[in-house]
Write a protein that binds this ligand. Structure first.
Ligand code: AMP
Length: 190
């Protein structure tokens, strides 16, 4: 299978070509058509299998095609560690190079000033670790009212790390209508 067969927006296939991705990986072949079709996904993939692009590309495709160009947060990705959060945000930036879809990343352990400054300007996609997300939501910097796509990345690791109550609190704040959820499980060995 070639990326062209997935019918992703041409600005995305252009960025993918530049990254020298030739064929979609197994998780991408399976997940991308389902997400393009607006269905929820529970995916399980080993490290390095291209799981980030499996959700990032179809979400970007939807955001490009949406008429709503307001810079309200429309996609939320929650992930357990700062390193993963930064990596995911970088991937969104690469793939969205030829679009006007923006992202930012927030995580704990650092001062919040530069993160809240960025949020105030408005952003389409937010990648976050759970604690800082809840903190900034509590302070009124983040609203989840416009979220259409929600990704729980490395959901199993998140639970192992004791984030269950934080995840529950985040889920409670998601709007209940027209919301698509993708749960991504990380497996070292399958
Ligand atoms: P991930 O599993 O999302 O952390 O991705 C692992 C690495 O594979 C990253 O460096 C991606 O840029 C790269 N990658 C993702 N999808 C593909 C693909 N279809 N072809 C080649 N490399 C890819």
């Amino acid at each position: 299978m070639k990326f062209d067969e997935l019918n992703l927006h041409q600005s995305l296939t252009k960025a993918i070509k530049e990254l020298k991705y030739e064929t979609p990986t197994s998780i991408q072949q399976q997940a991308i058509p389902i997400i393009l079709n607006n269905k929820d996904v529970l995916g399980s993939a080993q490290t390095g299998t291209g799981k980030t692009a499996a959700f990032a590309l179809p979400i970007l495709h939807h955001l490009i095609n949406q008429k709503n160009s307001s810079k309200k947060i429309k996609t939320l990705v929650v992930t357990p560690t700062r390193e993963l959060a930064i990596q995911i945000a970088e991937n969104f930036t690469y793939y969205a190079k030829y679009t006007n879809i923006t992202n930012t990343v927030i995580f704990g352990g650092v001062k919040q000033g530069s993160q809240t400054d960025r949020l105030k300007k408005g952003v389409d996609i937010l990648v976050a670790t759970p604690g800082r997300l809840l903190d900034l939501m509590g302070q009124g910097y983040i609203s989840l009212n416009d979220i259409g796509f929600f990704v729980l990345d490395e959901a199993d690791r998140m639970l192992d790390m004791g984030f269950i109550n934080d995840v529950k609190k985040i889920l409670e704040k998601l709007p209940m209508t027209d919301n698509h959820c993708f749960f991504q499980l990380q497996c070292q060995k399958i």
